[in-house]
Design a protein around this ligand. Structure first.
Ligand SMILES: Cc1ncc(COP(=O)(O)O)c(C=O)c1O
Length: 505
């Protein structure tokens, strides 16, 4: 259907921000039937030019209308009216957004970031900015001396072999060490079930490539890890985002999708979910396993934050509860030990494992033998266990500093849940004020940056969320970062109406 004429007069004198005027008017036109299901809306740049307003206002308005189920986006094709408003079945997704169940489509995730948002995020690279955005573990936790000793030891012991090709499945002693290591979480497997990979990211990529073909559908939590959305984008796989309700993926919605769509893989982070920090309770773990078994859909479990627990009782990974060998477990020694050696692993069985090993050999022939030996020695000498004990205590201190600073410096309406592990705090701004993209400009000007919530959603949403990686910063920086964020918020809120006008080009 062609782009309709949009009648959205903008009142520049109004107290109401421009993007809210857009939302209100487009919504009214959908509800009145003036805009009908399937109608294509003008591209954001087109509409911005036509109305002489900033593109970010249009991008924000469309994003919010998508999050509330009025619009849907199809990569490369545009933005469409999702359905007449009274036909929508609203479902709360735990982030306070209304979503339309019957509007759910599996799609290639929308392009990562609108150019204007990408430009905004690049601004955080300036020196002096406290950047809470990236998902990196703390550099100051990396045990540099022990890694150097392990590398020297490996070279002295194995000579030139450390620089040769390894077996595609991995250095055998490391595969055996991983088997022993995961048995501490209750995962029973043999060394032959362990595939060594280039970090968890490659582990996820290999599993997706082994199980999914182009355009096949993978269900994920919504929000989810941005790296998996990126993989789906580059491998042209479709994502079906399942609302996350604070305890993980909503299983009632998942079941509807399993009935209606050909879902081939379910990707979850049961412990210390990125970005929300949530932990899936035991009963839901069991229900998810039962559901996946019933519909014979394999689960890809990402356990990369599993051991970064500083509070509460550990729960077993799904793989430890998996009686039907239906869970493929991916993790790595990156967040807990050293990201730069790029060592991860997959635990899988039988024909799934064989296919994975073939895809792995095709991808990169072998994971560097020196790095595998270094990690194996660090495991053998108990360095990881010692690191975890010390690091988790420090992470807890950083979490507490972040919470105190948030309480002190941010407005009382900002909400979060207390993470019991992991690196992140997931903040929700009050919906009456500036959203995370608008605050970002002001934040960077005040010398602090964060990850905008929108990047973690497969199909729109998260406009008022931001993810703070407190773990990567020392307590003094955390305190200062929140002080700056609070100032940015107050400055922007004071001049919010003026700010919207200032965005006019
Ligand atoms: C949930 C999740 N999985 C996987 C990765 C990738 O980690 P790695 O460095 O092990 O490749 C990340 C990194 O941020 C992550 O957050």
């Amino acid at each position: 259907m062609p782009s309709p004429e949009l009648n959205v007069p903008i009142d520049r004198e109004s107290e109401e921000p421009i993007y809210r005027q857009l939302i209100r008017q487009i919504r009214a036109q959908i509800e009145s039937g003036a805009l009908t299901t399937g109608a294509r809306l003008p591209a954001s740049r087109e509409l911005a030019d036509e109305l002489a307003i900033s593109r970010i206002s249009v991008v924000n308005a469309y994003a919010e209308l998508r999050a509330s189920g009025y619009l849907s986006a199809h990569a490369g094709r545009g933005t469409f009216v999702a359905g007449s408003a009274d036909a929508l079945t609203p479902v709360h997704n735990g982030n306070g957004h209304l979503r339309a169940l019957n509007a759910a489509t599996a799609s290639l995730p929308a392009p990562l970031l609108d150019k204007s948002l990408r430009e905004l995020m690049n601004m955080a690279r300036k020196p002096g900015i406290i950047n809470f955005g990236p998902g990196a573990p703390p550099v100051d936790f990396i045990p540099v001396m022990q890694i150097r000793d392990a590398i020297n030891h490996a070279i002295d012991r194995d000579g030139a072999k450390v620089f040769g090709y390894e077996a595609p499945e991995g250095f055998q002693p490391l595969r055996a060490s991983v088997r022993d290591y995961v048995s501490a979480f209750g995962i029973q497997c043999s060394a032959e079930d362990v595939l060594i990979t280039g970090g968890t990211q490659q582990a996820l990529d290999l599993v997706m490539q082994s199980v999914l073909g182009e355009h096949d559908v993978m269900a994920t939590e919504d929000p989810t890890y941005i790296g998996v959305l990126d993989l789906a984008r580059t491998r042209r796989m479709r994502i079906l985002p399942v609302p996350h309700d604070g305890d993980g993926m909503r299983l009632d919605v998942l079941e509807n999708y399993l009935l209606d769509h050909q879902v081939r893989l379910i990707y979850v982070m049961p412990t210390f979910h990125n970005p929300t920090g949530s932990v899936m309770p035991m009963h839901r773990r069991r229900q998810l396993l039962a559901l996946a078994n019933q519909y014979r859909v394999p689960i890809l479990e990402d356990g990369v934050y599993h051991e970064l627990r500083y509070e509460g009782e550990p729960l077993p990974p799904l793989k430890a509860l998996d009686e039907h060998q239906n869970v493929i477990h991916a993790s790595g020694f990156t967040k807990n030990l050293v990201p730069g050696l790029r060592i991860g692993y997959v635990i899988a069985h039988g024909s799934v494992y064989e296919r994975l090993a073939r895809v792995k050999a095709t991808a990169d022939i072998s994971t560097p033998g020196l790095n595998q030996r270094a990690i194996q020695l660090l495991l053998e000498h108990g360095i990881l266990a010692r690191q975890l004990e010390r690091n988790n205590q420090e992470l807890r201190r950083r979490r507490d500093t972040a919470i105190r600073a948030a309480e002190h410096h941010l407005p009382t309406e900002v909400r979060w849940t207390l993470p019991q592990g992991g690196l992140y705090l997931w903040l929700e701004l009050p919906h009456e004020g500036p959203n995370a993209a608008e605050l970002y400009l002001s934040a960077v000007q005040h010398g602090v940056a964060y990850a905008m919530g929108t990047v973690f959603f497969g199909n729109g949403g998260g406009n008022y969320h931001l993810r703070i990686n407190f773990g990567a910063h020392k307590p003094e920086q955390i305190e200062e970062g929140f002080r700056r964020l609070g100032r940015a918020w107050r400055d922007l809120s004071k001049h919010y109406a003026d700010y919207e006008k200032a965005l006019l080009l």
